[in-house]
Design a binder for this molecule. Structure first.
Ligand code: 9MR
Length: 377
């Protein structure tokens, strides 16, 4: 079924389920997915938790996306109640829905190399007399089980997420890597994923950015990738999370002091290693922008457009994912609230699912992008 035909059918479904803007948008064509696809690019977003329970939101996603990534449901904390068992219910439900809707699925994340986001039991687990072997067994069993369950429906996995400390440039340790060594843990994760999914795209995913303060993070990620490639570890792409805006959220520098030259040099080095690029988690952290919605939305849109134009100037960039479609469901609302207390507007649709200028900016960036050879069906 073509994307536009699907959007029409889904638009009809939305008519019965919702009113107003969600209906209008689900009907609006061409969809972002269709605009992207015309250039050999896959466009998608996250799904999971309360937003997945909202039929109008599912409809919006199915109409506008070609790809979905479970926001939390494939993380260790969601899949692993303990060392022995798996709970696939939430991830299965998203994957089943995606397949019914004709969407591709990305997997996030087979290993979060950051202690805080791994389950508590990995810290209290009895690693026995040979802790190294036990850590390796746990890691391999986890990745092998998850990848075999979801490939080939999932054809692109974030194998390792956020392994680098952006301040020190050193690799993070976790309860697992403490026994194996961080580098060996990361290698083992990629090799295990490759053995279980011989054709999948295998991604290292991180939040280094074009902010001028991010040089140490960029350098550390380059060193990590160089090491992986040199050792023959099967990484095939870098996921550039793209949570845009300064982490110094109240800084008077607008969305940040950007170093485009350093960013291009970074992306040149990554692609020079033969790796593809993905925009995996796009949103705009709008704290320093004006309270008034009009100017704020315009700045968010202009920033998004400039960023996507730069990213899509790389023919190796064939995937663009937003970290949510609607402001209503952005992680930023609670975790990084605005100082004026107003709701944040980081995503292409507003809280009532009406399209915003950021949606136009994404559409325009796809329309302006040079066509590239699609690597996925
Ligand atoms: O959006 C996610 C939020 O709901 C979770 O509470 C949080 C911790 O699991 O993770 C958020 O997603 C993160 C992603 O997994 C990795 N990159 C940063 C994202 C935003 O924090």
């Amino acid at each position: 079924m073509t994307v536009d035909r699907r959007a029409m059918i889904l638009g009809g479904a939305a008519l019965a389920l919702t009113s107003g803007s969600a209906r209008l948008d689900a009907m609006s064509t061409p969809s972002l997915a269709a605009l992207a696809r015309a250039k050999g690019i896959r466009f998608g977003s996250t799904m999971g938790g309360s937003n997945f329970a909202n039929p109008a939101y599912r409809t919006l996603n199915a109409a506008q996306c070609g790809l979905v990534v479970p926001e939390n449901a494939m993380k260790w904390v969601a899949l692993r109640p303990d060392a022995r068992n798996f709970d696939f219910r939430a991830a299965d439900a998203i994957v089943a829905w995606a397949r019914r809707a004709g969407l591709g699925v990305r997997g996030h994340t087979l290993l979060w190399q950051f202690e805080r986001w791994m389950p508590e039991w990995t810290r209290t687990h009895d690693y026995g007399a040979n802790p190294k072997a036990e850590a390796a067994r746990l890691l391999v069993a986890h990745i092998d089980t998850v990848v075999r369950r979801y490939a080939p429906a999932v054809d692109s996995f974030d194998v390792v997420n956020e392994a680098v400390d952006p301040d020190t440039g050193l690799l993070h340790e976790t309860a697992l890597s403490k026994h194996l060594g961080a580098e060996a843990t990361i290698d083992l994760a990629f090799h295990t994923a490759r053995a279980a999914a011989p054709r999948a795209q295998l991604v290292y995913n991180d939040f280094m950015s074009w902010q001028s303060y991010d040089g140490r993070h960029r350098d550390a990620v380059l060193r990590l990738l160089e090491g992986l490639v040199k050792r023959g570890t099967p990484v095939t792409a870098l996921g550039v999370q793209s949570h845009l805006g300064s982490k110094y959220s109240e800084a008077p520098t607008g969305l940040g002091a950007l170093d485009e030259t350093a960013w291009r040099r970074f992306l040149d080095e990554v692609t020079g290693m033969g790796l593809d690029l993905l925009v995996t988690e796009l949103d705009v952290h709008d704290n320093p922008l004006p309270s008034a919605v009009g100017p704020r939305d315009r700045q968010v849109a202009a920033h998004t457009r400039a960023y996507l134009d730069l990213m899509l100037s790389y023919p190796q960039c064939r995937t663009v994912m937003c970290w949510g479609l609607s402001d209503r469901y952005s992680w930023l609302q609670e975790l990084r609230p605005r100082p004026d207390g107003l709701p944040k507007r980081p995503l292409p649709y507003d809280a009532a699912f009406a399209p915003k200028p950021m949606r136009d900016a994404i559409a325009a960036a796809f329309a302006a992008a040079a066509p590239r050879k699609a690597t996925f069906a």
